[in-house]
Write a protein that binds this ligand. Structure first.
Ligand SMILES: Cc1cc2nc3c(=O)[nH]c(=O)nc-3n(C[C@H](O)[C@H](O)[C@H](O)COP(=O)(O)OP(=O)(O)OC[C@H]3O[C@@H](n4cnc5c(N)ncnc54)[C@H](O)[C@@H]3O)c2cc1C
Length: 602
């Protein structure tokens, strides 16, 4: 159906409308701080062709692109510009305050959640963005970039740790406005037959926030997404095999994908699933965001809602190194039979201060049963008061309230943060535990799967963990590995392109050192190089200890080191050659290129 805007364009009224929008955008600038609609008199240079010497698009070309869109063509600047130019102004302070809000970041085509990574990159702005409203806008952007030889990048929410959702001298497809969500009782993929399954279709800009609201709060079902409400439900998370807290029960995001609509490098809009373009469908399920095309919508399987959501939280502190080694070994002996199963998820942190910090969740276990599971372990701690002290608690809530903001405000208000800005949609919140990931600057960040095999020699693995913890703290995630997962989840994930070593891994380790108040180029917020060097080196030496003990263990791309060695093997293992062939088939000229993505080595 032709939109109101298309009609305006045909009637030659685009300039007046555009001018009005530009004026509106500028009037809003103190609050929004970022965009001007083009074509107006541009303040920043548009992107230029990748090939040196090729003619850049003319103003008329840009004008013509703007006219062809339902959405807007934007001139983009960093919201931090004001902090660089006038760091002590009230506006600069207001922007820095907003940079602590994940939803504000997502509303900025010129911002990303990671502000930079020591010795790797600094977040950079794509000078032009298409605020896409539908698949046709995205196809127009791809066509324009191809015709004019421009670098093209895609941003949904901008959560990518490796800075892949923006790039200097590029044109950005920004999907933020595409938020349609449809819940299905009986979804049958296009071209398929037989019985349908319950599912949800999310448009490219949807976040988990509104997806959980539609699926759980309004339809009483469960969809496997990420824990952070502001991460995208139709972008890098799913395309990069994202894991959620309950992935040991329900599998990865990619494993739950039933269908996708995708704009490929030739500007075509394809619907892909197991029945049509099944090779591309397989590649999209874990082959990485921004690599095989731009997904405009995708459909995910939904599941019966669990009944109980429990938490096992607290800490156990060892009073000396010997006791800590013993504690780690006890835990590693206990883990495979008691925790490595579909009922458990989330983390245990191993710190240099000889403490285990427990932040685990469980589903569909009555509190009493969860307590019984841990009792022998806790009894052993209590039998050694000279060596350990502990403070742990078990709580549970109805699972149906997991994403119900009113429930949390009423019962556990300290756990969540509502969007503090005026006039925001009701229910826009994030978990306080995610504060540390909003505008985060990385000193070091490295991760790895831990094979189940390693748990068969708990003494050796305990030595590894103890030695690694001397360098820096790290978290063991129960839910980001598939050995011990529910058989039906494993079966679904085996049909994706995730590195098959995940099925032999019982846990995933993340070692990370970062800060949130670091904004490269902003006076008073520059990275401290000395600190950065120390922390980067601690993470590098710590993960090396773990790497040495887990040869060939592998990893997944979404939450990996920028400097991941042998990344093709680490992220996709034996699947890499097939992924590369599919990449060449659908994107022969390498239009979609991001750091450490399939085909980026060439
Ligand atoms: C606070 C925080 C919490 C996180 N929690 C988890 C977690 O629990 N589990 C987990 O596995 N990961 C987690 N991640 C990592 C997350 O999975 C990745 O950063 C993921 O790539 C984010 O996808 P996005 O679309 O939201 O972000 P974006 O930065 O917008 O996109 C990420 C990548 O996907 C591409 N992309 C975006 N949209 C599209 C599209 N429509 N079509 C094609 N390519 C697209 C981008 O170009 C970019 O390369 C977390 C990250 C952060 C910052």
């Amino acid at each position: 159906m032709a939109s109101h805007q298309d009609a305006n364009a045909r009637n030659g009224r685009i300039d007046r409308r555009t001018a009005l929008k530009a004026a509106g955008a500028m009037a809003a600038m103190p609050a929004m701080g970022w965009t001007v609609v083009v074509p107006t008199r541009a303040a920043t240079a548009p992107p230029t062709p990748i090939t040196p010497g090729r003619a850049a698009p003319s103003p008329a070309d840009w004008q013509s692109l703007a006219r062809s869109l339902t959405g807007d063509l934007l001139e983009v600047r960093s919201p931090l510009d004001v902090c660089r130019k006038d760091p002590h102004s009230a506006r600069a302070e207001a922007v820095l305050e907003n940079m602590r809000n994940p939803f504000f970041l997502e509303e900025q085509p010129g911002a990303t959640h990671t502000t930079g990574w020591f010795n790797a990159f600094e977040s950079a702005v794509s000078p032009r963005a298409i605020a896409a409203e539908n698949a046709r806008d995205i196809a127009a952007a791809v066509e324009f970039a191809r015709q004019h030889d421009l670098k093209l990048v895609v941003k949904g929410t901008g959560h990518d740790y490796l800075g892949r959702s923006s790039a200097p001298n590029s044109i950005l497809v920004w999907t933020h406005k595409m938020r349609d969500i449809t819940v299905h009782d009986d979804f049958v993929p296009t071209g398929g037959d037989g019985a349908g399954v319950p599912a949800v279709t999310v448009a490219a800009g949807s976040r988990w926030l509104e997806t959980y609201d539609a699926v759980t709060n309004h339809s009483g079902r469960f969809v496997q997404g990420g824990g952070c409400t502001s991460v995208g439900a139709c972008g890098g998370f799913i395309l990069g095999s994202g894991f959620g807290a309950l992935s040991k029960r329900f599998g990865t995001g990619a494993g739950n994908m039933l269908e996708a609509e995708v704009v490929t490098a030739d500007g075509k809009v394809l619907v892909v699933n197991e029945f049509q373009h099944s090779d591309l469908f397989w590649a999209l399920r874990g082959g990485g965001g921004g690599t095989f095309g731009i997904v405009t919508r995708l459909t995910l399987r939904t599941h019966e809602l669990p009944k109980i959501l429990g938490g096992f939280m607290g800490h156990i502190k060892a009073k000396n190194d010997t006791a800590y080694r013993e504690l780690i070994e006890r835990f590693l002996r206990f883990y495979p039979d008691h925790i490595n199963n579909p009922n458990w998820g989330e983390t245990v942190k191993f710190t240099p201060e000889n403490t285990l910090e427990l932040s685990l969740i469980f589903i569909d276990l009555p509190e009493e049963q969860a307590r019984k599971t841990w009792q022998p372990f806790l009894d052993w701690i209590d039998e050694h008061p000279d060596d350990y002290e502990r403070d742990v608690e078990i709580v549970s809530v109805p699972f149906k309230d997991y994403w119900n903001i009113d429930f949390w405000l009423e019962n556990y208000p300290a756990l969540i943060q509502e969007d503090p800005r005026k006039d925001q949609p009701a229910g826009q919140f994030w978990w306080k535990t995610n504060d540390s990931a909003v505008s985060e600057y990385m000193y070091g960040y490295a991760s790895r799967w831990i094979p189940l095999e390693n748990f068969k020699d708990p003494a050796a693995l305990a030595r590894t963990f103890f030695d690694a913890s001397r360098h820096w703290n790290f978290k063991l995630y129960v839910n980001k590995a598939m050995a011990g997962a529910a058989p039906e989840a494993v079966e679904r994930d085996r049909r994706t392109c995730i590195n098959p070593t995940v099925f032999d891994a019982a846990a995933w380790i993340l070692m990370q050192a970062s800060d949130t108040d670091v904004f490269p180029g902003v006076p008073g917020h520059e990275p401290d190089r000395t600190k950065a060097e120390i922390l980067a080196s601690r993470v590098a030496s710590g993960i090396e200890v773990i790497r040495q003990a887990t040869p060939g263990a592998g990893n997944y791309a979404n939450e990996a080191d920028y400097h991941e060695p042998d990344w093709q093997e680490a992220f996709w293992g034996t699947h890499y050659p097939r992924l590369l062939a599919i990449k060449k088939r659908y994107d022969p000229t390498g239009m979609f290129q991001t750091h450490h993505s399939v085909g980026s080595e060439s």
